[in-house]
Structure formats: structure tokens, C-alpha cells
Design a protein around this ligand. Sequence first.
Ligand SMILES: [Fe+2]
Length: 384
Amino acid sequence: MDLLFQLPTRIRFGFGVSALAGAETRALGAARALVITDPGVRGAGLLDGVLASLSTAGIEHAIFDQVSGNPRDHECVAAAELGRAVGAQAVVAVGGGSPMDTAKTAAALLTNGGTPQDWEAPALLEHDPLPIVAIPTTSGTGSEVTFYAVVTDTARKFKMSLLDTRIAPRVALVDPDLTMTMPPSVTASTGMDALTHAVESYTGNLANPIADALAKEAIRLVALHLETAVNDGHNRDARSGMMMASLLAGMAFGNTDVAAVHCLAEAIGGRYDTPHGVANSVFLPHVFAHNAEAFPARHAEVAAALGIDVGDMPDEIAAWKATEFISNLARAVGIPAFRDLRGADPTDFPDLAEASKRNVSDPSNRRTYEVADYLMILERAWGA
Ligand SMILES: [Fe+2]
């Protein structure tokens, strides 16, 4: 079988690499940059070193910091308008998935015009977007190396996707230093997002041996480091391990896809504005268990990657142990129950199941889900 694996992003990883922002942006040929971030990142002082680096390299910059937790279509349009007004030649994203996805979308709008809806997948861009330097401040999204941007369509209350290899950042500066002050709840939810990316890549329909190697190592690192990163945020090994996990998982699922967990998570994120990692975490054990019934061997391999001693136990038992491990991990790091999420209401389940089925990643789930299957998972997660 032919295998296509793409990684257009130049990656620099390590404590302190965010100080290379100026030099790397300059190397892209840009003299003026649009910096995209959110108020939390800016307030935490995480932007300061990046801005100093841009100034040292002689790069003029304007800052757009009005990005929401689940970025909105109109925020991407506003960011692009600012970029156009200042003549930006590159976009520098500093933050979690939301600023990075806003940056990808704005970079596309800056050269293609229109609104995010005009370039919704499966549409491809007409022109190359502006080059992006991505500097993640959380360990979960992997957006610094993926070709996707997920944006909330505010009219449809639906998380839509842009998908084009050219919106992958040209440079990713992956600096664990920027995660050292991340609060425990954000560390937990973003870490569970990274785990979901790796598990969905590995167990999904589009898995391939290159992505599998990356996903298995990401799963191993999350199992090893997430609890420590949540409970002891100053632990450099744990922070570095989680950031590597997020990066590897992003490289994997960027080339495969996510699947039913993300279909459900994006449905409830679009409706209730639930933090993305929390939404994934609520559904991951239930989707994993349901998928494992159909494909036990593949799911037993996830158990081994999690560090469970599977010995010669039957695949079904190993997969069940992985489900239990994932549930326990979510609880241990303080992920709330589905029924405790703000706004969550079972009368919405039929609509949420329909929205999940409409998600572009639905066909990537190895076990086929009908609307009724999504409904069953919603009900199981509610009762958990
Ligand atoms: Fe995700």
C-alpha cells in the first residue's frame, strides 16, 4: 500500500527555543509580523520573550490578542484585517490550539480573502497563506505541526475545519519553558487532548506505520508524565515529556486523522463552549471501549503503550485494562464528569449525535458509527 507522510514544519524543541522567534521569522524573509495570542497568554507574560526576540531581529509587529478559548470565525476575520492593515509578511502564533488555529486561518485569509467558511474543508486554498511561526504554550493540541484549523462557525454553532497542507506552520518553536506555569486544570485537559490524538491516530482507519511509531511514543509519554505535570508543575522532566508527547501526537494525527472522540468533543464544544481537552476526555474511555469490541488487537496494543503489563492476556482483557487506565487517569488529573459540564443537557443529545455524524473525521473511526451509536456513547458518558 502506498503511504504518504508529510511534515512540512521545521521543528526546534527544547527549553529556551522560543527566543529564536525573531531569527526564525527573519529567515522566512519577513520584516513585519502579525502576532496572534490570547489575553491569558499575554497576561501570564509568555509573550514578552517572543516580542523581545522579534524586536532584536528588527521585525516590526502588531499584536492581535482577542482570541477565545474556542476561536470564532469573526475573530479570524478581525485578525486578518489587522494583518492586512500593518502589511504583515508572516504570522507568529503564541498560545494553545486557539491562537494557533486562528493564526492558520488568518494567514489563509490574508492571501486568499473571504471568510473561514469560504475555505472550509474539503475546499483547498487558491494561494499560499502567509508563513507561520508557531510557538505553543500548552502541551496538547499539536497544532504547531498539523495542517488543520478548527474554528467555531458562530451562526451554525458548529466547529468547522480548514484542511490544507499549506496552513501547516513553517516553523514550530516547541519550548517546555512556556508551559512551566500552566495551571493544573489546563495541563490536565490539554494533556488528555494529546492522549486522544495519539489513541485516535493509532486506532483509526488511516493509521500507518510511521504515525503509529509516533503515536505509541506519545501514549507512553502521557502515561509516564501527565499526572506529575499536573501535580508538580515545576517538574522539568514531566513538562518536557508532555510537550514532546503533544508534538509527536500532532505529527501522527496530522497525517492520519482523529475520529469519533473528536466528533463528539467538537459537537459539545460548538454548543457548550466546553474546553476541547475536557470534551475529549469525557468521551475517550467510552469510544475506546466500544471500538475495542470490534478491534480488540489494535486496542490491546494501546494498553501495552500505556505501560500496562499485558503479558499473554487475551486482547479483550488488555483493551479493557486500557479503558480502565484512561478513565482512572482522567479522574486522577481532575477532569470533570460530563453531567457537571456547564450547559450540558440530555435533551440536546439527538442534535449532538447528528452534529458528530456530520464531522469530517467521522469516516476515520475504524468502527462505523451511525447517529444511534453516537447517541449511545453520549448516554453512556452521561451515566458514567
Ligand atoms: Fe484535539
